[in-house]
Design a protein around this ligand. Structure first.
Ligand code: PMM
Length: 298
């Protein structure tokens, strides 16, 4: 086998605890976003009905989503919390139906009780935008389950997170705060080899912070953990794609830019990318994998 040259992109790291079918995939995985909410920033209200949500999840799997990420609470900037019963009422039937259809499902929640119900229903991964900070019971639930856990970089709830976008060096600070999360989770029984880290684009970050994190993504590999990145349709793309009058491009028009970012994120060695438009990203990650494989053949 040829040795990777010193300047090659880093090898992908995968988490322990994934279903074998996903653990064996040797490219950046595609996580399809399924928000069963009335108020998410780009697809809020589209899939509030259970049947529509399940149909969209099945469609994303057919388009190449490796995992469908089901969420029942919006985390868009300024969002207020939804109560626990309502979150479960929205998300659980969708998780159950997609699991029954043989689709790998992750649950996007900050609540231990919702994570527990979803794991019981067959979800194979917990995606917590607060990295376990919002609910003191989350680590306990995940520790008991042996499922992988996404710890996203987070500094507080969405309602006032913009005020927390203050950093000395956003990359160094995000790395230090994620390292503290990984260490704390490990102490509380969520072994570090099950933890996936995410820089949390758009969460307590301004546009410059998001671009800097994307430019220096490979520095996060120092954490030694698999990396998930969620660039999809996010606000920092709006001004970049503004029209001639300077009006930022609305969320629904940001998919091509998201696909370009997904390719860059995959090329940086990320484990997975979380997107709304699965079909284009599924192609993009395959292109990156083909180039990387040719690169390793020399
Ligand atoms: N972004 C949103 C929601 N969940 N989870 C992870 N791990 N990373 C993210 O960047 C992320 C997330 C934002 O809301 P959306 O569901 O409307 O994309």
């Amino acid at each position: 086998m040829t040795e990777r040259p010193a300047d090659a992109t880093p090898a992908r790291v995968t988490p322990r605890g994934l279903p074998a079918a996903l653990a064996d995939v040797d490219r950046c995985l595609v996580m399809g976003v399924l928000n069963v909410t009335p108020d998410s920033f780009s697809d809020g209200g589209s899939f509030l009905d259970t049947d529509a949500a399940v149909a969209h999840g099945v469609e994303m799997a057919a388009q190449g989503a490796d995992i469908v990420d089901v969420g029942g609470e919006s985390t868009r900037p300024g969002a207020h919390r939804v109560d626990a019963a309502e979150e479960v009422r929205r998300a659980l039937p969708v998780v159950r139906s997609l699991v029954a259809a043989g689709i790998p499902v992750s649950i996007d929640t900050m609540r231990a009780s919702t994570a527990s119900a979803a794991l019981e229903a067959g979800a194979c991964l917990v995606n917590d935008v607060s990295g376990g900070l919002a609910d003191p019971d989350m680590a306990h639930v995940v520790a008991d389950s042996h499922a992988p856990f996404v710890a996203m970089h987070w500094r507080g709830h969405s309602v006032d997170m913009a005020e927390r976008a203050v950093y000395d060096d956003v990359v160094a600070d995000v790395i230090a705060e994620l390292q503290a999360r990984v260490d704390d989770l490990d102490r509380r029984g969520v072994d570090r080899d099950r933890v996936i880290v995410d820089p949390g684009l758009g969460f307590a970050k301004n546009s410059a912070h998001n671009w800097t994190l994307l430019a220096r993504l490979q520095e996060l590999n120092v954490l030694g953990r698999p990396l998930l990145v969620g660039p999809s349709r996010k606000g920092f793309l709006g001004p970049l794609l503004a029209d001639a009058a300077g009006r930022p491009r609305p969320a629904q028009g940001r998919d091509h830019a998201t696909t370009a970012l997904s390719a860059l994120i995959a090329a940086a060695g990320a484990w997975a990318v979380r997107v709304h438009d699965v079909a284009a990203t599924a192609d993009a990650v395959r292109v990156v994998a083909a180039v990387r494989s040719a690169e390793s053949r020399g």
